[in-house]
Design a protein around this ligand. Structure first.
Ligand code: PRP
Length: 186
């Protein structure tokens, strides 16, 4: 059995209401910015899935949704430039489309920097990033974020798409792990 998260939850940093209120604001902003255009949303799996399904319902311009999964080589290996590969590619062309990438969190920036490099070669009409969380203190590579939900400190967070040993992505809030109470799986 996975450890019960309530045993290591130090605090909730973003409540369900705070997240959903901010998503409404972002959705309105995106709807204004893309007025008269069509959007192609790219959800980066797996963390971005909760954010994607909630924010698309707050966007009023016509949109299509695609999914992409990327992975760093080797588990536990620190992500660095050149180590990111596509494990699930898009089903359709993004050429001449207005593309908006949706992520749950940007940490070092390496994942999205690689994704952007790859997608730019497919010649979209425009390509922007929307992230729910920006762990800005950890940035190693600069990535241009157009829409950001919340800037957060360098803490180990989980919930609302972010996993704890693959569990608890389904929590409606975002919490911080107390490392002294967390027991890694054997
Ligand atoms: C997380 C997150 C981003 C990436 C950010 O994904 O969803 O894709 O890490 O880190 P970076 O800015 O340091 O590159 P993860 O690899 O944990 O996969 P998951 O979404 O399937 O949990």
């Amino acid at each position: 059995m996975v450890q019960d998260y309530t045993e290591y939850l130090e605090k909730i940093i973003l409540t369900e209401k705070q997240i959903q209120d901010r998503i409404k604001e972002l959705g309105a902003e995106i709807s204004r910015d893309y007025q008269g255009k069509e959007l192609l949303i790219i959800c980066i799996l797996r963390g971005g899935v909760m954010f994607t399904t909630d924010i698309v319902r707050q966007i009023s311009v016509p949109l299509a949704i695609e999914f992409m999964a990327v992975s760093s080589y080797g588990s536990g290996v620190r992500k660095s430039e050149g180590e990111v590969r596509i494990t699930l590619d898009l089903n359709s062309s993004i050429t001449d489309k207005h593309v908006l990438i949706l992520e749950d969190i940007i940490d070092s920036g390496n994942t999205l920097a690689s994704v952007i490099d790859m997608l730019k070669t497919r010649n979209p009409a425009s390509l922007f990033i929307c992230t729910l969380l920006d762990k800005y203190e950890r940035r190693e590579v600069d990535v241009p974020i157009r829409y950001c939900g919340f800037k957060i400190k360098n803490e180990f967070v989980f919930g609302y798409g972010l996993d704890m040993d693959e569990y608890y992505r389904n929590l409606p809030f975002i919490g911080v792990v107390n490392p002294e109470k967390y027991v890694p799986p054997t």
